[in-house]
Every structure is written in structure tokens, then in C-alpha cells.
Design a protein around this ligand. Structure first.
Ligand code: ATR
Length: 307
């Protein structure tokens, strides 16, 4: 499969993009353009710094220009919910939109991905919001860390946007025990109450476990900056009591938490897999083709590890 574009940009090149604020450290353009090239699509994937105040206008602009789709990252995933024309069940279930597919009506009046139609044949269009993050979390936990979530005990650090989706997804996968820890305890309590309502069979506790866990997962932003302390309070929980440790952060590739987890003998993985699988699913939603995951992974690792 080619990893470079076989043809230059021309007048029929189609576009997709990621919007974020900030965006400049995003690895998505490198990963997605590699996938696009490997599929021999005459597309390009761009990145734009979009202030939240301009998000609706930026989505409308992409729709008007017949972009095939968009990815949204911090802080747009919740803001976009009322800004798209239709919400897929994934976006409704997880309460966030990280992927938009633009769609057009075909000759039979059916909504199809806009990429399936030449731009000059497109008339009526709509934006369709999806969430590909939640499935990416569990795919990465299974494929990159070998964790079987059914009946597992999990300690989850963080109850922000990413923490909430992760907690709900873990619950839907049938974990037996979920321990939620967050600086602002009330946010963890709110998520615990939501899960108890939806999954009364799961034991959800706000606070550190007294026993060992199958998985410790960091969904806080602590670790993004070199000066950040570990998100784990080691006086409350010792890493040797976690079989596997996952850090959603991928830049830096090894946070303090992951380095300590390796020393403690835990299986470890960073958030590269999550980024990869959410992006691969987005590319599949836009193109209708199977994403070249290994090529995308290779380019992503090169972008992040600099090898
Ligand atoms: P995201 O969408 O990436 O989840 P977020 O919603 O802002 O971003 O959530 C950030 C998470 O990191 C939260 O769990 C936050 O804790 P609070 O809910 O108490 O804010 C956590 N976090 C950020 N900075 C932190 C810090 N200095 N110490 C502890 N937790 C921190």
C-alpha cells in the first residue's frame, strides 16, 4: 500500500479536518493522511485551530465546501452535540461528538456519505455526528493490553469528559467493580450515581480500592506537562496491586505513572491505541473502506516517538 500521495492536490481533491483549541500538537493529520494515501483516495486531512465561539460557523463552512467529514477534539466534543443535523446512537449514548460525517441524498433519496458522490452532483447535505472514542478505549485495552473487561475490577482516575465516557463504557462492558477517583470528588459521585442507575449490578465506589485491581486507567490530564505530578496517590494505592496500567496520555509517550507502573511489574500501554482506533473508525465512516490500521499505527508511532 502506498504511504505517500500518488497525485497532487487538484480541483477534485476532497477534504477532511480536525478542529481543536489548541490543535498544534495533534498527530491526527499525519495518521489520517497516511491512511488516506494507502487507500489511494484523492483526499487531504487538515488541522484547524478553531475557537469554541466559531465552532458552529466552522462546521457550517466545511459542510458548504463539501468536506467529507471532521474530527473534533478538546474542547469541542460536547459543544458540537446541538450543532449537527443528526446524532448517531454512539453520540447519543456517550454524550459527545468526535466525528462528523457529511452526507448527501443520492438519486434514490437515501442519505449517503458525501464522499460517495462527485462534489458537483451534491445538492442537499446534512451533518451526522458520531462518537468513535468509546469503542476505541475498549479496543485499545483489549488489543494493546490484553485486558478482559468482563467481571474485571478497575480503578479509574479522572471524572472529566474523557473520564465520564470511559466509566460509562467500562460499565457497559460488564466490569464487576469500578473505583472512581477524582480531584473534585463530586464529579466522580455524579458519574457513580449515573452508572448505579443504569447498571445496578456493578459495584461502583468513589475512592481507592483496598484490594488489587485488573486495570488502573488514567483519564486525567495530569502527565501532559513535564512538571505534572503522578495522578495516582501512592499512599492510597500501590502500583504493584494493579495487573495492568493504561494512560490515555500519549504525548509524552511515557508518563511518570507509566514509568512507575513498569518498574512495579505492571503491563502498560499509553493512549496511542485509543487515538489510532478512534481515527481508523472515523476514516471508515467517511470512506466506507476498511482503514489500514497498521500503516496508520506506524505513522502515528513515528510522529509520537520520533523514530
Ligand atoms: P478531558 O476532556 O480531557 O477529560 P477535562 O474534562 O477538563 O478534560 O478533565 C480533566 C480531568 O483531569 C479531570 O478529572 C480533572 O479533575 P477535576 O475534575 O477535579 O478538574 C483532572 N485534573 C486536571 N488537572 C488536575 C490536577 N492538577 N490535579 C488533579 N486532577 C486534575
Amino acid at each position: 500500500m502506498p504511504t505517500e500521495f500518488s497525485s497532487p492536490i487538484d480541483a477534485i481533491t476532497r477534504y477532511c479536518a480536525v478542529y481543536g483549541h489548541p490543535i498544534k500538537h495533534s498527530a491526527s493529520p499525519a495518521m489520517q493522511n497516511a491512511g488516506i494515501a494507502a487507500l489511494s483516495l484523492n483526499w487531504r486531512y487538515l488541522a484547524f485551530e478553531v475557537h469554541p465561539d466559531n465552532l458552529a460557523a466552522a462546521i457550517a463552512g466545511a459542510k458548504a465546501m463539501k468536506y467529507v467529514g471532521l474530527n473534533l477534539t478538546v474542547p469541542h466534543k460536547l459543544l458540537a452535540l446541538p450543532m449537527v443535523d443528526v446524532l448517531d446512537d454512539s453520540a447519543k449514548t456517550w454524550g459527545a461528538v468526535n466525528t462528523i460525517r457529511f452526507e448527501s441524498k443520492n438519486k434514490n433519496g437515501m442519505w449517503v456519505p458525501i464522499a460517495e458522490m462527485p462534489a458537483d452532483e451534491v445538492s442537499e447535505t446534512r451533518s451526522h455526528g458520531f462518537n468513535t472514542d468509546a469503542d476505541a478505549i475498549t479496543r485499545s485495552l483489549k488489543e494493546d493490553l490484553g485486558v478482559n473487561l468482563k467481571n474485571a475490577s478497575v480503578l479509574l482516575l479522572g471524572a472529566g469528559g474523557a473520564g465520564r465516557v470511559t466509566a460509562l463504557k467500562l460499565a457497559s462492558e460488564g466490569v464487576a467493580n469500578l473505583f472512581l477517583v477524582n480531584r473534585t470528588a463530586q464529579k466522580a459521585e455524579d458519574i457513580a450515581a449515573e452508572i448505579r442507575g443504569k447498571h445496578p449490578e456493578i459495584s461502583v465506589i468513589v475512592g481507592y480500592p483496598k484490594t488489587s485491581v485488573d486495570l488502573l486507567l488514567n483519564a486525567t490530564s495530569l502527565g501532559l506537562k513535564a512538571s505534572d505530578p503522578s495522578p495516582l496517590d501512592s499512599t492510597q494505592f500501590e502500583l504493584k496491586n494493579a495487573r495492568a496500567v493504561y494512560d490515555m496520555i500519549y504525548r509524552p509517550a511515557e508518563t511518570l505513572l507509566l514509568a512507575a507502573a513498569k518498574i512495579a511489574g505492571c503491563r502498560t500501554a499509553n493512549g496511542i491505541g485509543m487515538l489510532l482506533y478512534q481515527g481508523a473508525k472515523a476514516l471508515e465512516l467517511w470512506s466506507g473502506k476498511t482503514a489500514p490500521v497498521e500503516i496508520m499505527r506506524h505513522v502515528l508511532e513515528k510522529n509520537i516517538y520520533g523514530q
